[in-house]
Write a protein that binds this ligand. Structure first.
Ligand code: SF4
Length: 356
């Protein structure tokens, strides 16, 4: 198909979940997809008051792209769930970008609101296709291929986060390396003093530390926000798990006895998966939050109260808050200390098992 032009996608916010879908959709319609660069120097971040870092980064990336593309894709994400809504800042995101780019580029800002029914996502993308000059027929075909590509990408996700450098996580053309054989590889991380693995409740103790990273997708995978915590954790020998592993049903089960309903879809995913992992035998849970995020602040309260009601958890929990001033050195120190706590817990568990 003849190339119709360039369509820009800022490397920010829900790029960190839906890029495989978006890229396939636009490419099948004949557009060259251009993504902004990662790694923004702190002084380059577009500043606007009272905003969280993820929103500032959206604007910064959009400004970076404005002269390189024909259109910017900034969907108005109202809801990505049948019942629950997104943070209100997502509704205003296209308008904030329009202001910041001073009208110098066309912004494709179709509303996505899955509360309107099962076909609403398809309808939104058909409208986007029409705005870009495609027929409904072409739009439907591109949508199906995008769904297929997204599902395939999700299936390889755990291997991807554990085997690829953070900057390549969303490079769809980079294949996941085959699992390396033990020979010639660094030894998996073992608890100091553990001479052998012990099987407890179906889980091997003495194997690498399994750590669940919980948070909004951009907090987890945008190295400009989290100072590449994924690499730091992997270098400390941790195997990473995320909520992408869990089904909606598993998350709902964890939330079924909450005294108050959580209305934000991302909030539900965060709290549900956090409680799932705190009771499922991982070695530690890290909750990554954004400074100035009202939702994250409320979720922390929810989590603290719920833990109190349940009598706490024996699994260590670390809560990290990020903004543009967060330094990598301090983060490394906190992560190393967290690893020590997890090791200690593991040693105690091994000693207990050996006594049984
Ligand atoms: S959920 Fe929080 S971090 Fe995300 S955009 Fe809204 S305010 Fe910012």
């Amino acid at each position: 198909m003849e190339e119709k032009g360039c369509l820009g996608i800022p490397r920010a916010l829900m790029f960190y979940r839906y890029f495989p879908f978006w890229r396939t959709f636009f490419e099948r319609l004949g557009w060259k997809v251009v993504v902004s660069d990662g790694t923004i120097r702190r002084e380059k971040i577009v500043f606007f008051e009272d905003s969280c870092l993820p929103m500032k980064l959206l604007v910064t990336h959009a400004v970076q792209l404005r002269e390189k593309v024909d259109h910017l894709f900034i969907p108005r994400l109202v809801s990505i769930h049948r019942t629950y809504i997104m943070c209100p800042k997502f509704r205003g995101a296209p308008d904030v970008v329009r202001l910041a780019t001073e009208g110098k580029v066309s912004v494709i800002d179709e509303t996505i609101d899955l509360r309107k029914g099962g076909l609403s996502l398809l309808q939104s993308f058909l409208k986007i296709g029409e705005k870009l000059g495609s027929t409904r027929q072409e739009g439907k075909k591109a949508f199906r291929e995008a769904e297929h590509s997204f599902n395939g990408f999700q299936r390889g996700w755990v291997d991807r986060i554990n085997q690829l450098p953070t900057r390549h996580l969303f490079e769809m053309d980079i294949p996941i390396p085959a699992q390396r054989s033990r020979q010639g590889c660094p030894e998996p991380y073992m608890v100091q003093g553990a001479t052998s693995s012990v099987e407890v409740g179906g889980k091997e103790i003495g194997a690498p530390l399994h750590v669940a990273l919980i948070g909004h997708p951009y907090n987890l995978f945008d190295a400009d926000i989290n100072k590449d915590i994924l690499s730091l954790a992997k270098n400390l020998g941790m195997k990473i798990l995320t909520s992408d592993l869990l089904t909606e049903k598993e998350i709902d089960q964890e939330l079924s006895d909450l005294s108050k309903e959580i209305y934000w879809s991302s909030g539900r995913e965060i709290v549900g998966s956090l409680f799932h992992f705190l009771s499922s035998g991982v070695d530690g849970v890290v909750f990554l939050t954004s400074f100035k995020c009202g939702i994250d602040a409320l979720l922390q309260e929810f989590i603290k109260r719920r833990l109190k009601v349940r009598g706490g958890s024996s699994i260590p929990l670390l809560i990290l808050s990020f903004d543009e001033h967060t330094g990598r050195e301090g983060l490394t120190t906190r992560l190393e200390a967290f690893r020590d706590v997890m090791e200690e817990q593991k040693r105690l568990q091994i000693a207990k098992c050996k006594r049984m």
